[in-house]
Design a binder for this molecule. Structure first.
Ligand code: N01
Length: 590
């Protein structure tokens, strides 16, 4: 049936090659991606006794943490929170060396988890999913991969990451440059030396800001090409002392509970007060205390920093003064201090000496809005005013966020509709986990879920367990096919938009709303209702028999009947964002 489906509807040379080279392998679930998300999905699905095959395009585990090996790369979520919670033994035995772990340490952790839970045997490396097609009569996904392997699975889980499709601008003359070009998210595995080199970094988001001070210390000369000045708060990184480790581990469950019940999954509860209710002196004290201690939690010092422009201005001005105070050259201060958007309306960075790096004699800033890049030459970058001679150019230019990696493979649902066609005007999901017309397909931390507005580890674990429980429920009730209803996804998209409109996120161009890629639909993608609120909605959906998902005893095309009240629309009436910020997404006001 599957072969007929594949050959009948899609007849690329690829399928012929795949079919010739290998037999179709049958599994219960294909999970695409062996980063934190895919590995956690593997664990959750194994717990349900499922035969799972993880397929991974690269040669090892880790996802973005495998690829983003640039100097200075580290997480801006505290190590104890950016880690799996499913195994108390793992929690107790793993020792983090720093409050914010470096990329190598995170990768060591991932590899440890993979070995400890014997995951490697279920992962196929150097295997990129190129095409997946739903067999509407058989109710299974047929998956074809770059290595010629062909799979049939009841369920398809896309754990491909939201920031995993690197974006490189195409500048004139890019092929002429004689030196080395590196993208921050495709960092070479062999060591890159900057000693004695003239280096350029293009892009001043989190990646550019993290690598700048480190490369500045190594290179002969560093030129940073900035388009938009970014807000940043100090990382407040420190080694973890044995006493701190003991304390965290003595109360780890409590710490997890706090993270799960906080708006961002970072454990911080927002201040109960409006920034505008506080006196200037009180605000200054609160901001000062948060500045050196909270990292990204700075944005939650008052509950309305992301809701009200006037409130936001108080935080933004504090940060501007802090940034300006460490930059010695007045003309650089003007260029580096962010003024054109509200604080945290785009993703701010958490840095360790970024602005101070510009006090060094070997570091130069080029504002590309003032002096745009004209071309790359054989020996460097030529702007409208000068040529910068370079040995190495680093693109820290970010990603095609949220949908980039989801839309790369050809994913074909009912009646030949591709995911790309379905999402041509922007991604449409119910709860960020599934989309109508694509049965038995789950997206991990997809558009419409808190994803990049949360500690993604919390979201990954929440959704992985939720899918696994849904599959268990389906097994118990003889369900063969599950599919988001159109009514449910329309209601969810309206809800996501309504919630976003309560915030300042829509006031800025950012990768949250597709502005990072020319021609990409301008749609706000993450869910702003908070981790705790989202968690409650997932539970409510399950408690109501998976409301918004049609569950059928057989595939629809084989005459399947709906077993639950699938047509129901989740009750997601927009509510006061401030209520969500203190964790009451289900309508309880503060
Ligand atoms: O990417 P970005 P990133 N010419 O999209 C500029 C996570 N992360 O890799 O702002 C010149 O933020 C672009 O300019 P503009 C985190 O979620 C986390 O830095 O579009 N410049 C911008 O300055 C983060 O948000 C950690 O005007 C160009 C930069 O490139 C996300 O990953 C560390 C350009 C891209 O910034 C992405 O971060 C690293 C062009 N043609 C990343 N095109 C931590 O955990 C783009 N830019 C700390």
């Amino acid at each position: 049936m599957i072969i007929v489906q594949l050959i009948g509807k899609v007849q690329p040379e690829f399928w012929a090659r795949a079919l010739n080279s290998m037999a179709i392998k049958e599994v219960d679930v294909i999970v695409v991606g062996a980063g934190f998300g895919g590995l956690r999905a593997l664990h959750a699905l194994r717990q349900q006794g499922k035969k799972v095959q993880v397929i991974e395009a690269s040669e090892d585990v880790g996802g973005v943490w495998h690829h983003n090996g640039y100097p200075g790369a580290r997480c801006d979520v505290e190590s104890y929170d950016y880690s799996y919670s499913f195994s108390p033994e793992l929690e107790q035995q793993w020792v983090w060396s720093e409050r914010y772990a470096t990329q190598p340490e995170i990768l060591r952790y991932i590899r440890h988890v993979v070995e400890r839970f014997d995951m490697r045997k279920d992962i196929r490396f150097n295997c990129r999913m190129e095409r997946a097609q739903y067999d509407a009569q058989g109710g299974r996904w047929a998956v074809a991969c770059s290595d010629g392997s062909l799979w049939s699975a009841h369920y398809l889980v896309l754990a491909v990451g939201q920031l995993s499709s690197p974006k490189t601008p195409s500048l004139p003359g890019q092929d002429k440059f004689g030196g080395q070009i590196i993208h921050s998210a495709l960092w070479p595995k062999e060591p890159v030396s900057f000693a004695g080199k003239r280096v350029a970094i293009i892009g001043t988001g989190s990646s550019g800001m993290q690598m700048t001070p480190v490369i500045a210390r190594q290179a002969a000369h560093l030129t940073v090409f900035q388009r938009t000045p970014n807000y940043s708060v100090p990382a407040a990184n420190a080694p973890v002392s044995p006493e701190e480790d003991r304390q965290v581990k003595a109360n780890y469950r409590q710490r997890r509970e706090q993270a799960w019940n906080s708006p961002t999954g970072l454990g911080f509860l927002p201040g109960k007060k409006s920034a505008l209710e506080a006196s200037p002196q009180e605000r200054a004290e609160v901001y000062e205390a948060a500045w050196s201690r909270l990292g990204y939690g700075f944005a939650l010092t008052y509950f309305d920093i992301l809701l009200n422009k006037e409130a936001n201005d108080t935080a933004a001005e504090f940060i501007r003064q802090k940034i300006a105070s460490v930059i010695e050259k007045p003309q650089l201060r003007e260029k580096l201090v962010p003024r054109d958007h509200a604080f945290a309306a785009r993703r701010p960075s958490v840095d360790d000496g970024y602005f101070q790096a510009f006090n060094r004699d070997n570091v130069q800033l080029v504002d590309v809005r003032e002096t745009p890049i004209v071309e790359l030459t054989a020996s460097g970058i030529r702007t409208q005013t000068e040529e910068h001679h370079l040995d190495t150019i680093i693109f820290a230019t970010g990603f095609d966020a949220f949908t980039g990696s989801l839309l790369k493979p050809e994913i074909i649902g009912r009646e030949g509709l591709t995911l790309k066609q379905k999402w041509a005007a922007g991604p449409v999901t119910h709860l960020g986990v599934g989309t109508a017309g694509f049965p038995n397909l789950f997206v991990l931390v997809g558009p419409g879920s808190p994803s990049l507005l949360s500690n993604v580890m919390v979201s990954i674990e929440e959704q992985s367990d939720w899918f696994a429980q849904m599959i268990h429920f389906m097994d118990l009730h003889g369900v063969r096919e599950v599919e988001v209803t159109q009514a449910a996804e329309q209601a969810w998209v309206a809800h996501v938009n309504a919630r976003a409109q309560e915030t300042l996120y829509l006031t800025a161009d950012s990768y949250y709303n597709g502005a990072e890629v020319a021609g990409k639909p301008r749609v706000f993608m993450p869910y702003t209702g908070g981790v705790r609120g989202y968690r409650r909605l997932l539970r409510k959906c399950a408690d109501h028999g998976y409301e918004g998902f049609a569950m059928r005893d057989q595939p629809l095309d084989s005459g399947g009947q709906i077993l639950n009240s699938g047509a129901g629309v989740a009750d997601v009436a927009p509510r006061d964002f401030a209520a969500v910020l203190v964790g009451d997404a289900d309508g309880v006001q503060r």
